[in-house]
Write a protein that binds this ligand. Structure first.
Ligand SMILES: C[S@@+](CC[C@H](N)C(=O)[O-])C[C@H]1O[C@@H](n2cnc3c(N)ncnc32)[C@H](O)[C@@H]1O
Length: 340
């Protein structure tokens, strides 16, 4: 099944209309350089978790943006902001964490402890979307967490496919405020299966950017009310969630490309342990190995086995390019998730 990327607005710098998936994947793969040269400030303190509410003035979030649509087989179309345009047009004013300038200066897609890569859509996200499509997954009534969400495509899919509630978490507040929230808003208006495609097929292009057209009063829409957004380190996110009364228990946790750094395994595993419902499932989409950082499937698998709380199941292997996998985690039958 082929992916399709539809650019809703042509970028002036000559971005092609129908970029082929392979090219797009290769481009991302090539750019995904990981830096461990962390700044002193970045590594000294844990980024405190906080909740973000979608702003009332959501239109300003979509100014100077370009919207793309990801379509795959039977999946509903998923709209998202074009990342390169976002990076080119986002000003320092909206980037209080200064992650755009730091990644540009260091020519890297990830600075451990400072910026954890959420402004790009990483290729394992597409692997998991493809897996969910092939399985015909629906999420009716489910409570879902998109952990380390970045652009949030996985959580957005769950939202569009009937999830009762979707929580999005990313390390960086800039990512949540400037990318995840706008993307969720873009997908919250109207019955989204095909209306804009009909226009495009007939060549009836509205002169205003699609991103803006689509975002007419999305806060009134029931879908956005099902979403909550969080930023911060997992070691701080977990206590924040546990302070809720009652703490959430997720039926599904999606997490893509989040096991590259072994230093984070304990915090990541603890989030799964404390926040997954007894019969819940974690879907992880991951590379076999992350060059430059050292994490990967086999190290994470050893970690999970040593903890002896979850069983891991391999759902899908992707052999072309860098070896990638989709795996699931579920509680071993004897394990009771802890509330405190
Ligand atoms: C490489 S990005 C992947 C983004 C997105 N899931 C994707 O596949 O496109 C890794 C994500 O993991 C999250 N992350 C990594 N380490 C984290 C940590 N210690 N605490 C909180 N979030 C973390 C960040 O939010 C970051 O966006």
């Amino acid at each position: 099944m082929a992916f399709s990327f539809n650019f809703d607005l042509q970028i002036k710098t000559g971005e092609p209309d129908n970029e082929d998936t392979t090219q797009k994947e290769q481009a991302h793969e090539a750019k995904q350089v990981i830096s461990t040269d962390t700044t002193k400030e970045g590594t000294e303190k844990v980024k405190a978790a906080k909740e973000h509410s979608p702003p009332l003035d959501y239109q300003s979030l979509l100014e100077n943006t370009v919207c793309e649509t990801f379509s795959l087989g039977t999946l509903p179309p998923i709209h998202y902001l074009n990342e390169s345009v976002f990076e080119q047009t986002a000003s320092e004013l909206i980037d209080s964490e200064k992650i755009l300038s730091q990644t540009a200066a260091q020519h890297t897609d990830l600075i451990s402890g400072v910026y954890e890569g959420g402004l790009k859509i990483w290729e394992c996200t597409y692997d998991l979307l493809e897996y969910l499509e092939s399985e015909g997954e629906v999420f009716s009534g489910k409570r879902v967490l998109d952990l380390g969400c970045g652009a949030g495509l996985l959580g957005i899919l769950a939202l569009k496919r009937g999830a009762r509630e979707v929580h999005f978490q990313d390390y960086n507040s800039t990512v949540i405020e400037r990318l995840t929230v706008p993307n969720a808003l873009l997908n919250c208006e109207g019955d989204d299966d095909g209306d804009e495609h009909d226009h495009e097929k007939e060549g009836e292009k509205d002169s205003s950017p699609l991103a803006k057209r689509r975002a007419t009063d999305p806060l009134q829409h029931a879908k956005i009310a099902k979403c909550r957004f969080f930023s911060g380190d997992w070691t701080s996110f977990l206590p924040l969630m546990l302070r809720s009364d009652p703490p959430p228990k997720y039926d599904l946790i999606f997490t893509s490309e989040t096991i590259y750094n072994t230093a984070y395994y304990s915090a990541l595993h603890e989030v799964f342990h404390r926040l997954l419902a007894q019969d819940g499932l974690v879907y992880l989409a991951i590379k076999a190995h992350y060059f430059g950082v050292g994490g990967g499937l086999y190290l994470f698998q050893s970690f999970v086995e040593e903890k002896d709380i979850f069983k891991m199941k391999c759902l899908k292997n992707v052999e072309h390019g860098l070896q990638r996998h989709v795996v699931s985690l579920s509680f071993k039958k004897s394990e009771k998730p802890t509330n405190v």
